[in-house]
Design a protein around this ligand. Structure first.
Ligand code: AMP
Length: 396
């Protein structure tokens, strides 16, 4: 059943607790180095404030076990962006938070301290969830990046309020990663790359019933090549997934899915920005990558082949780079593929994490229909899993 969105609720004079994703990077002096996530939360925050909510914001920041980071710099930045005062509570559910929440009037906002300073957060403690809910009658979740985690501030809290609704960010993520992929314009092409087969192979499996074509690049391709019996040298592979890769290749054949692996590959003997590379065609009869050599990008012949597949697609879901794109000498394939997807007239959805970084680095973000903000959360959604932070919201 569809879930409530903030469009469905009346927040006038009500205390609303909103879970945002303010997990933004700081430099050594606690200056925010990238405020994209704060800017991304503004539409929901502004909508709630204009609706007359007494708004209580909360978020996690980093991993306090490694480094304890306060959200105070976020309150400052948010105040600048909103053009209004943002109170900051120096605790999450303690005295200061309670007092500052009680002092709120309609259209005013307070940000609570880092939810992960509370031990109960990641344990989804009912006690903490209840304290977080406090006097709020409404919970709004707009933190897509943590919606796949059942934590007190993402899931538990919804049991202690009257209504829970999603904000605009989560609504948009669901629209593109679920809604638009229900009956995609054909051919539907899934481009999968990156390093971790273990993270993405379940997505590939889930997509087998929907996608017409696949492009597999990045290190992931070598696990599939290993499954086909080729020698992959020192390339990064996940041997535990070779069997599943074999199953997928067989399944693709049975179902008539076009499963494109790079016909050639760029290899190196040294993993560095100044390393020499060469392109080989190791997947011909008897071919293979020699030991001591590692595949780090798709090859020169694979590029136009993949560009042709991209050009004929009606819908493109892209998750994962074609190579080690962080180094220029290994980024040729990712650059070309990013440009091809950006140029395409298809509906283009970029599935979060490193692909979004590549999209921003090698193209104009506005060339894509949607750039997802959640790495793990997008993958779980694409696998067909229910996200706890969405499941806990009130039904419409
Ligand atoms: P993932 O987290 O699975 O999306 O993987 C992203 C990472 O995969 C990026 O940091 C890339 O540098 C890396 N990557 C892509 N292709 C390769 C490759 N052939 N060998 C090693 N790492 C790769």
């Amino acid at each position: 059943m569809p879930k409530l969105t903030i469009r469905d609720i009346d927040v006038q004079d009500k205390e609303v607790l909103m879970r945002a994703d303010f997990n933004v990077p700081y430099d050594d002096d606690n200056n925010i180095t990238d405020d994209t996530r704060i800017v991304g939360a503004l539409p929901t925050i502004q909508y709630l404030l204009e609706g007359g909510a007494k708004l209580v914001l909360c978020s996690h920041k980093g991993r306090p076990a490694k480094k304890r980071e306060s959200l105070e710099p976020v309150a400052k930045r948010l105040a600048e962006l909103l053009g209004q005062e943002v109170a900051f509570a120096c605790d999450t559910v303690g005295e200061d938070a309670t007092a500052k929440r009680a002092a709120l009037s309609a259209g005013k906002v307070v940000l609570l301290e880092n939810t992960r300073f509370e031990e109960g957060e990641t344990k989804n403690s009912p006690e903490l969830s209840k304290q977080l809910a406090g006097e709020a009658s409404i919970f709004v979740n707009d933190a897509f990046g943590t919606a796949h985690r059942a934590h007190a501030s993402t899931e538990g809290v919804s049991k202690f309020v009257e209504q829970s609704a999603m904000g605009f960010l989560i609504e948009k993520e669901l629209e593109f990663l679920e809604g638009k992929l229900e009956s995609p314009a054909k051919p539907f092409l899934a481009i999968m790359g990156g390093a971790k087969v273990s993270d993405k192979i379940q997505v590939i499996k889930a997509m087998m019933d929907k996608a017409d074509e696949f492009i597999i690049g990045g290190a992931m391709a070598y696990t599939f090549r290993l499954a086909q019996g080729y020698q992959v040298g020192d390339s990064l592979v996940e041997p535990d997934f070779v069997e599943l890769a074999k199953e997928i290749l067989k399944d693709a054949e049975t179902k008539g899915i076009k499963f494109h692996l790079p016909t050639d590959t760029r290899i190196t003997q040294e993993f560095s920005p100044s390393a020499q590379t060469k392109v080989t065609q190791p997947y011909a009869e008897g071919g293979g990558i020699d030991d001591g050599w590692e595949g780090i990008d798709i090859g020169d012949a694979a590029i136009p082949e993949f560009e042709a597949v991209v050009a004929r697609a009606g819908t493109i879901l892209w998750n994962g780079p074609m190579g080690v794109f962080e180094m220029d000498n290994f980024a040729i394939g990712t650059k070309a593929l990013t440009a091809a997807v950006a140029k395409s007239d298809a509906l283009t959805i970029v599935g979060g994490g490193d692909s979004v970084t590549a999209a921003n680095k090698f193209a104009n973000p506005s060339d894509f229909d949607f750039l997802s903000t959640g790495g793990g959360a997008s993958l779980e959604l694409l696998e067909g899993k229910t996200l706890p932070g969405v499941a806990a919201l009130s039904d419409q």
